[in-house]
Design a protein around this ligand. Structure first.
Ligand SMILES: [Zn+2]
Length: 246
């Protein structure tokens, strides 16, 4: 896409974000209803509907007859949170504690990265113009050098975190994706709640999730390390992300 048109679309997105931020009632009472009309469900990308106030549950299509749940082109299953504990215990019994932690990290990383590739990379969740701006070498530098683009990436990341993580039961998540080092914080991580209390961080799957998410957006592989954990009594879990050397 022509860079002038791209810049214009980014500018419109930022102005709309500012406007809607000042008018929460318009979002709640009017736009969310429009976002949930049958035509909007059919034709609008999920991030546009979320921008208009739709929640993750507004965006899940449940086919009772087939017993299937579809989140804007991505099939999902809903599991009880205790599965986090059961999976970790079973893996630790088979592989040992250290290998179970590594397995959880890798499952989190691969799960998130592949979900993003499928949902975003293949155009199911976000409009083509914004998909073309992420997941390239040098993406992070572009976000940091262009204030409007940076703002759009920050807002879009927050929207996707709301839809996937917060409304998916993974805790209250925030990321400072434009800063260095990148930090992700989580309040009420299910791993901390189900695997704690502990004298060391326990959120290995979420560490992988945060690295997978950031790696996809910035187009370069990151590794995440949990530096404080609610399971240890900290007020929230904090993950620091570093680029992996090639
Ligand atoms: Zn934690």
């Amino acid at each position: 896409m022509n860079s002038k048109i791209l810049g214009y679309l980014v500018g419109v997105n930022v102005r709309m974000t500012d406007f809607l931020g000042k008018h929460p009632l318009l979002v709640e009472k009017v736009l969310r209803r429009i976002a949930n009309l049958p035509l909007s469900r059919k034709y609008l990308k999920v991030i546009v509907r979320a921008f208009m106030g739709a929640t993750a549950f507004d965006c899940h299509l449940v086919d009772v007859e087939k017993g299937r749940v579809n989140f804007s082109g991505v099939e999902e299953i809903i599991m009880p949170a205790v599965m986090v504990k059961i999976q970790r215990q079973v893996l630790a019994e088979i592989l040992g504690e250290e290998e179970a932690e590594k397995a959880f990290y890798e499952m989190g990383y691969e799960g998130m990265y592949r979900e993003m590739s499928y949902g975003i990379g293949e155009g199911r969740w976000i409009p083509g113009f914004s998909a073309s701006l992420i997941n390239e070498t040098g993406s992070a530098d572009k976000f940091r050098s262009d204030p409007s683009l940076g703002r759009m990436i920050e807002e879009s990341t927050a929207l996707m975190l709301r839809l996937i993580a917060m409304e998916g039961g993974w805790g209250n998540v925030a990321s400072n994706i434009l800063e260095e080092p990148i930090k992700v914080t989580v309040k009420n991580s299910p791993e901390a709640r189900w695997l704690g209390p502990s004298d060391k961080p326990v959120c290995h799957m979420f560490a992988g999730v945060s690295a997978g998410n950031t790696s996809f957006i910035n187009g370069v592989k990151y590794r995440a390390r949990e530096t404080s954990c609610m399971a240890m009594g900290a007020p929230c879990c904090v993950f620091e992300l570093e680029k992996e050397s090639a």
